[in-house]
Write a protein that binds this ligand. Structure first.
Ligand SMILES: Cc1cc2nc3c(=O)[nH]c(=O)nc-3n(C[C@H](O)[C@H](O)[C@H](O)COP(=O)(O)O)c2cc1C
Length: 204
């Protein structure tokens, strides 16, 4: 495990070397980290679109304050929260039971608990919940990148409605965060800023 050692190495890359591409093997590892991300109730309320088509990247860059990371990256991962939570719960139990009614019946208590927990949430609460889960997947992807010494830059600076339109996503999806990945075009020019443990950690 080299992630902890690479925490100082990683930084939010502002542009990527367009001649260097992330290998298929490494991409699979990053996507596996996303697949294995723990989420609330295990519902994984998101989708990830992996974009390499340059014309699409250029369009998304224009919808992202023209940030160069998007147009120069090797792959752009678009993380979108999904808000069809009740259908997602149904799908969860259908899949987990392998379509076997007896196996599903054994999980009835858990299914009722999940339905009860989510049914009365407002659309805003569901979106917030789904976006929170989406950011966990983002964190796992960034950690996998650092482990593999692949650069990345989490990006919230974009117009979600425009990206949704570009990718022709259904209404249940809300683009939440972008993660361009690749290899840094240059070394960081700024000092890493952190408030420090004394500011954010409280031992009580
Ligand atoms: C959710 C999120 C959104 C971010 N949005 C942007 C962005 O739109 N553009 C950008 O250049 N950096 C963005 N960043 C990068 C942060 O500014 C950066 O991670 C932070 O300043 C710490 O610097 P470091 O990652 O180089 O250690 C974002 C980071 C996160 C986690």
């Amino acid at each position: 495990m080299t992630f902890l050692a690479n925490l100082d190495w990683r930084f939010a890359a502002k542009s990527f070397d367009t001649d260097k591409k992330v290998s298929g093997t490494d991409l699979e590892k990053i996507l596996h980290a996303i697949v294995m991300t723990p989420t609330s109730f295990g519902l994984e309320p998101y989708r990830i679109d992996v974009i390499t088509d340059q014309a699409t990247l250029d369009k998304i860059q224009k919808s992202s304050w023209n940030q160069a990371q998007v147009g120069t990256c090797s792959h752009l991962l678009v993380f979108s929260a999904r808000t069809d939570v009740m259908a997602r719960i149904n799908k969860f139990f259908e899949t987990a039971s392998g379509g076997n009614p007896e196996a599903r019946e054994k999980m009835e208590g858990y299914e009722d608990m999940m339905n009860g927990a989510m049914a009365n949430k407002s659309p805003e609460e569901i979106l917030l919940w789904a976006q929170n889960q989406t950011h966990i997947a983002l964190g796992f992807a960034m950690a996998a990148c650092a482990e593999l010494k692949i650069d990345s830059c989490a990006m919230g600076g974009f117009a979600p409605h425009e990206v949704k339109e570009i990718l022709q996503l259904d209404d249940i999806f809300t683009p939440t965060v972008l993660l361009p990945i690749g290899y840094r075009a240059e070394e960081p020019t700024r000092q890493k800023f952190r408030f420090g443990a004394e500011n954010i950690i409280n031992n009580r």
